[in-house]
Design a protein around this ligand. Structure first.
Ligand code: 5GP
Length: 374
């Protein structure tokens, strides 16, 4: 046993220090980024970065997670029009995916990833899909809870060898050395985050995890040293956390909970009635509130829905909650992007790329005044 005593931090432990800025309006801030991926072999891209590298990705690098109620086709089509990215749920069938990707569609190719696991069946299914409509699919997200498995690294190697023209997203991990290993095995983008998710119970069930801000800082540093990229995945509860993820040098920030509860997620809207303390004409006022169910990929709910129940050797490492119904995703996106533009303005960053370069985090004991929060 070994004990590391250096303090590791979460988003809630820091604030971003303001810096002198020449910006006059938030409107000036450009949230688009362009990336050149390390291992992906492009057959068609012709745009070049100022330094002469082909541009493999261009957009606002915020991703919807491959979770039920979040990574849906409808969410993908709405977010891609806004410049954002979606990882589709793993539970779409090959036929559903074939239909979705059957026609050439620039937005879907550039802003949507299919998601698979690492079973033989996953490999067969992806191969079938790729044969049918590979030219319309550019991104694959290989999602497993524990990215430290040797088997996972071997799978990424095999995928990279056999599909050179696909951008590989792989995770999840939380340490620099494993980020490097996945990139060297062929991943282009590594997902960073274990136990940080809003409906994740891994830390409670296993005691395993890593504070998210430190994980992002350390993994981004490791990835960037190899020209790789990372996603800060999980743990964002406010637009401020999204800004802190980018400020910590994440190339992408992935959201589950913050994107849950919207029309585009397709969940059933549940109306609950409750008694208030108000009275009108001696009648106690009843109010209604709308909710949508949101649950973790490894929760009991997900296992029952997609896999016929939880296997007897496993514990659920996710939970199920009712989140307030939030309407259209467009309003939430506007709120997040508005916050992000403002963060950039506070540190004098003209664009998202400059945000981390101009960030000094300060450790704090309280991020905001919560006096009126329930
Ligand atoms: P959030 O944005 O809700 O805080 O976190 C979303 C992330 O939580 C997902 O992208 C995924 O990495 C992780 N996640 C989703 N479902 C589960 C689950 O059931 N268990 C665990 N351990 N993590 C989950």
């Amino acid at each position: 046993m070994r004990l590391e005593t250096e303090v590791k931090l979460d988003y809630k432990d820091v604030l971003i220090r303001p810096k002198r800025s020449t910006l006059v309006s938030r409107k000036q801030v450009d949230l688009n980024r362009t990336y050149n991926f390390r291992n992906y072999q492009s057959a068609s891209e012709s745009l070049l970065t100022p330094s002469g590298k082909p541009i493999h990705y261009q957009g606002i690098p915020i991703m919807a997670s491959n979770m039920d109620g979040v990574g849906t086709f409808e969410m993908a089509d709405t977010l891609s029009k806004l410049g954002l990215f979606t990882c589709l749920v793993k539970t779409y069938s090959v036929d559903e995916l074939k239909e979705y990707f059957s026609q050439e569609n620039e937005l879907r190719r550039e802003h949507v990833a299919v998601s698979f696991g690492i079973r033989d069946e996953d490999y067969r299914n992806f191969s079938t899909l790729y044969k049918a409509c590979g030219s319309n699919i550019k991104f694959i997200n290989i999602d497993i809870a524990n990215g430290y498995l040797e088997l996972f690294v071997q799978y990424i190697e095999k995928l990279r060898k056999n599909f050179p023209s696909i951008v590989i997203i792989a995770g999840s991990v939380v340490t620099g050395e494993m980020t490097e290993e996945l990139i060297l095995a062929g991943a282009d983008i590594v997902r960073v985050g274990i136990g940080s998710g809003s409906v994740c119970t891994t830390r409670i069930k296993t005691g395993v995890g890593y504070p998210q801000l430190s994980a992002v800082i350390e993994c981004a540093d490791a990835a960037h040293g190899l020209d790789g990229h990372i996603i800060a995945d999980g743990g964002c509860t406010t637009p401020a956390d999204v800004a802190k993820g980018f400020a910590a040098a994440a190339d992408f920030v992935m959201l589950g909970g913050m994107f849950s509860g919207h029309d585009e997620g397709g969940g059933e809207v549940i109306t609950k009635r409750y008694l208030t303390s108000q009275f009108v004409d001696d009648q106690q006022v009843i109010k209604e509130k709308k909710f949508i169910e949101f649950y973790g990929n490894s929760s009991q709910s997900a296992n029952v829905k997609h896999y016929g129940g939880l296997k007897n050797y496993r514990a659920a490492e996710g939970k199920s909650v009712l989140v307030p119904y939030k309407g259209s995703i467009k309003d939430t996106v506007q709120d997040i992007l508005g916050g992000l533009r403002s963060s950039c303005t506070y540190v004098g960053a003209l664009n998202l790329k400059q945000l981390s370069k101009r960030t000094t985090f300060i450790r704090c004991t309280q991020t905001h005044n919560a006096v009126y929060e329930k």
